[in-house]
Design a protein around this ligand. Sequence first.
Ligand SMILES: [Zn+2]
Length: 192
Amino acid sequence: MDRPNAIVRCLTEKMEDIIRWGCVVYDIPILIVNTRWSFSSRYSTSSVSGSQLKYNAFFSLYDTLVTWDTGGTFYESFKRVKDDPIIGTFTGSGLELLIALICHELAHIFESISLQESWFPTKILQYYDRVPKKSKMRHHHNELWRIIYRELKTTFMPASPRIESVGEVDLVSIKNPTGVDFYAKHLTLGSR
Ligand SMILES: [Zn+2]
């Protein structure tokens, strides 16, 4: 299998696993993640945007393509993160570098969902035994994001076997020319 296809397959499977896990663990009723990637752009590593149910994730996979066979170093350049033993800069296989990228970005999505919790019935703050911040100001790579990132990386790295406890979440992944759209529904929450 050629490299881009292998990378896209790994990215899709890992995204599916983490989205399913998040819907169950955090009681997220519905989550849509429109995912795009580029193998040529080096401008940004990755990013997410969106609100509540629907998010966009972008992955620049140039570095992943270059290091896929040889492995390399994953750089976390943010001051609060780079020296962290779990989520900091590390050297690993191409697959591990890709998983770190996915965990970093999905942690942003889950942390963002937690901001809506007073009216959106998820349990991210409760799960981590935290209270909502009084101030609306928050650092992009804040403490809760780091806690979620650590949990995702511990759970999904190294390349763990695929999680099979998936009956509770109905997930559809639809390919398009520049990415994959994920539509997840947490079934046990749908009737409340
Ligand atoms: Zn970030």
